[in-house]
Ligand binder design. Structure first.
Ligand code: GDP
Length: 140
């Protein structure tokens, strides 16, 4: 597997509880390198645009409110098989189902407030990275 990049968000529930460093450490311990990072506070409209794929889901409004409720840390992670590796380190969407040692098992508060986002495929990774970062901001 070649070197790959994926997009990651440390969500508001985690930034509020000062867990940014602990979560970044999990990525780094798994062999993922942070090649871009910024702390920003999304508006509800920006959160809605980012999560447009979920617009028809019953939790969409709650998700957008949550993502705009406090700062996030948007990141690009690089490594071998980075998309799958990141999702492995994140754990299942619902922390009750997340494997021990994963970020969501250790830190997530609920299925909605689950501490991290990670791209699910190369196509979405490319779109999500471009939504938050310019090429100049990706420093391998
Ligand atoms: P992910 O790829 O593991 O983040 O999961 P999904 O793509 O299925 O969902 C995107 C995000 O929507 C999740 O990370 C949660 O923050 C949120 N979400 C998913 N299911 C629910 C739910 O049942 N209720 C609420 N409030 N939020 C949810």
């Amino acid at each position: 597997m070649a070197l790959q990049r994926t997009f990651s968000i440390i969500k508001p529930d985690a930034t509020k509880r000062n867990l940014t460093g602990k979560i970044v450490a999990k990525f780094e311990e798994a062999g993922l390198r942070v090649v871009a990072s910024k702390r920003i506070h999304l508006s509800k409209a920006q959160a809605g645009e980012f999560y447009a794929v979920h617009a028809e889901r019953p939790f969409y409004d709650e998700l957008c409110e949550f993502m705009a409720s406090a700062p996030i840390v948007a990141q690009v992670l690089e490594g071998e098989d980075a998309i799958a590796k990141n999702r492995e380190v994140m754990g299942a969407t619902n922390p009750a189902d997340a494997a021990p040692g994963t970020i969501r098992a250790e830190f997530a508060e609920s299925v909605g407030e689950n501490s991290v986002h990670g791209s699910d495929a190369p196509e979405t990774a490319a779109v999500e990275i471009a939504y938050f970062f310019s090429g100049l901001e990706l420093v391998g």
